[in-house]
Design a protein around this ligand. Structure first.
Ligand SMILES: Nc1nc2c(c(=O)[nH]1)N[C@H]1C(S)=C(S)[C@@H](COP(=O)(O)O)O[C@H]1N2
Ligand SMILES: [Mo]
Length: 398
């Protein structure tokens, strides 16, 4: 790059490194489409056995949610969500540009980034379309069941470290995070030709210490499917904010209105009653039942341990309750382990299966520490995103 501001900035950064030490609907839940095993396909490498293929190209894989029982989702069971073909990027050739409303444009190599002080954060990532299979009427888009969510440990450099190095100008209001993946959205609403996957963060979130430029997931280098060599992790926000294959950061003087936050991943907020299209951001409070699985057969009269996970975006899960009588009565579940900010909380609840054989519907509902309760029905203003309502799991006692 020669003597560009980028090269200058990079040198400065390296020199200063040492200083940086510092009830939804009346009807029954729909079973998601029959699953194919993510390890079955002969033509593709198979790092992901046991995942459900929702789409082959671009690759979209769902976790088998009923098999969850660990606080951390193993990487090879973590859902994969992509809009375009996966770019394969040689870490040695990777460059991250930081430009726009900054005092010094920077260009970082993989080694530059790895030389900066890193931290590790456990964070739950949920796709904003998770649970879409349960919407009635049937929604457009990928029909995820319960498993477009996972909890992993992410290691990387806070985005704020890099923004501080570049120096934000007074005019700066947002950062656009741009992935290296590109393509044309062929179905309506179409994109204006080939576009990148990119999302913006307002500066107040971009500067939060939890937002990372991550290069490791669960202690290993990122897999290509999860954004190698470097992705953004935006704890507390729906997955679309956590841009994979990060290539460029552009600091802007105005809010960004790109495709992936206006046409897609946007919902209707209400400002003084006027519906206003807003980008999807913070995760809602939500719980889901992992065990029993849908249509599981349970012996009558026996104790059964219902279990699952609950998460609440930027707040904490305060309680989870379970109902076996369509919401007439609720029992408080036990929250397991300790609360970890931005991470889901596993929970369990003993249930005495009825003696009378038949079909029963189990529901869970979470409440967060700000008093927000998980809704029983999907709010239409959210379109096909932020699907957080309680999904009943029907089981067969007999
Ligand atoms: N560059 C890029 N980043 C992306 C996406 C994408 O298509 N391209 N998909 C987003 C969406 S919608 C989600 S839910 C998460 C999923 O992350 P994962 O595939 O590691 O589970 O990545 C986000 N980051
Ligand atoms: Mo997503």
């Amino acid at each position: 790059m020669g003597e560009t501001p980028g090269a200058e900035g990079r040198r400065e950064m390296l020199d200063r490194r040492s200083f940086l030490g510092g009830v939804a609907t009346a009807s029954l839940p729909l079973a998601p489409a029959p699953a194919r095993d993510g390890g079955e396909d002969a033509g593709h490498p198979r790092p992901f056995p046991g995942l459900i293929i929702r789409e082959q190209e671009p690759l979209n894989l769902e976790s088998p949610f009923p098999s969850f029982g660990e606080p951390l989702t193993p990487t090879n069971r973590f859902f994969v969500r992509g809009h375009f073909p996966i770019p394969r990027i040689d870490p040695a050739a990777w460059r991250l540009r930081i430009e726009g409303e900054v005092r010094r444009a920077l260009e970082l190599t993989y080694d530059d980034l790895k030389g900066l002080p890193a931290k590790t954060i456990a964070a739950t990532i949920e796709c904003a379309g998770n649970g879409r299979a349960y919407l009635i009427p049937k929604a457009k888009g990928l029909l995820w069941g319960l498993g477009a969510v996972g909890n992993a440990e992410w290691t990387g450099v806070p985005l704020s470290t890099v923004l501080d190095e570049a120096g934000l100008k007074d005019e700066a209001v947002e950062v656009i995070l741009e992935g290296a993946d590109r393509g044309e959205v062929a179905e309506e609403p179409k994109s204006p030709g080939a576009i990148a996957f990119e999302r913006s963060l307002p500066l107040d979130k971009a500067r939060k210490p939890e937002v990372l430029l991550a290069y490791r997931m669960n202690g290993e280098d990122l897999e290509p499917e999860h954004g190698a060599p470097v992705r953004v992790i935006v704890p507390g926000w729906y997955g679309m904010a956590s841009v994979k294959w990060l290539a460029r950061i552009t600091v802007t003087p105005t809010p960004f209105r790109g495709y992936w936050q206006t046409i897609e991943y946007a919902y209707f907020g209400r400002e003084r009653g006027h519906p206003t299209l807003l980008p999807v951001t913070v995760m809602e409070v939500k719980s889901a039942i992992a065990q029993p699985a849908l249509h599981e057969v349970i012996p009558p009269g026996a104790p059964y341990r219902i279990s699952g996970a609950a998460w609440a975006g930027e707040s904490q899960v305060a309680k989870v309750e379970v109902s076996a009588d369509d919401g007439a009565t609720w029992r408080e579940a036990t929250l397991l382990g300790e609360p970890i900010p931005f991470s889901w909380r596993l929970w369990e609840c003993e249930w005495q299966a009825p003696h009378k054989p038949g079909r029963y519907r189990l529901m869970s509902r979470a409440t967060d520490d700000r008093g927000r309760a998980q809704p029983m029905a999907h709010d239409r203003d959210r379109r096909a995103y932020m699907i957080s309502h309680s999904v009943p799991i029907e089981v067969e006692v007999g």
